[in-house]
Ligand binder design. Sequence first.
Ligand code: CA
Ligand code: ZN
Ligand code: ZN
Length: 306
Amino acid sequence: MLRWPSSKYQLTYMFRSGVQNPNEADMRSACSQAFQRWASVSQFTFQEAPTGSRADILIGFYRGDHGDGDAFDGPLGKVLARAFYPQDGRFHMMQMRIGASRILKSEDQTLKSLQILEEVHKGQTIAGLNKVKKYLNKFGFYANPNDSNLTDDFDDHLESALKTSSVPDDQDFRSAFAQAFQSWEGASQFKFKEASADEKANIVIWFYSGDHGDGLPFDGPGRVLAHSFFPQDGRSHYDADESWSTNPDMNHMDLESVALHELGHVLGLAHSQDPNAVMHSGIAAGTIKRDLTQDDIEGIQALYPN
Ligand SMILES: [Ca+2]
Ligand SMILES: [Zn+2]
Ligand SMILES: [Zn+2]
């Protein structure tokens, strides 16, 4: 679901070289022809940005490690090139290296604290508030440079942090995610478990309404349902303004189906062309897609071979 914003169809590009390409003129015309092909089948237009300006797309030739955390593997290697997904300067890797185990964060304890906070007003001091701040701080939601010791004061920063974040208080929703995780466990070597409150989690699931600080604001009911970041980011965000359900009719979105799709992105899968696949780009209201298809299974196994 990562795409360039709908207002942005005129993209500029620029070449940047860590290693000078031997034949720059050829490279330029090959790239410009490739852009023209895409322009002819989409609404996009592409224009080379003048030197010194900012471009939407940066094309560079590099050798080995080149500062983005994912080195190229030299001649005869498997990696020819790598592109990053849209948009907004926030680019995400598509490939990840497998680690030992992945942990799903439990929001239980903080959820309780957040509920208590509904009764509290700005300006009050309440014991235990520092724990909530610490928790929000860990995920980058609470940033107040004047409160580096994380006091128990209810301040403006905390108010705005709480406004943009919400976690559904519903056992059904939690089990929808648990089921989705189980489906991926069944098709891969991954194991998922909820992290305890003071553990750092690899995957963080959150429901937001509108702008929530990552440059990808949600758009109210309909259209964008969720977005997730590619490895090794772990953030999986769901539009709180959708009518989520665990037993959907034609007016509701099936949370488990969307969660299964989003967690595929969290693991590193891109969209599939197969309309039946869970990793296909769209899902209609009322549709249930809770089972990984052969295409999804082949996708995850190709990305993480045994
Ligand atoms: Ca939406
Ligand atoms: Zn998607
Ligand atoms: Zn987000």
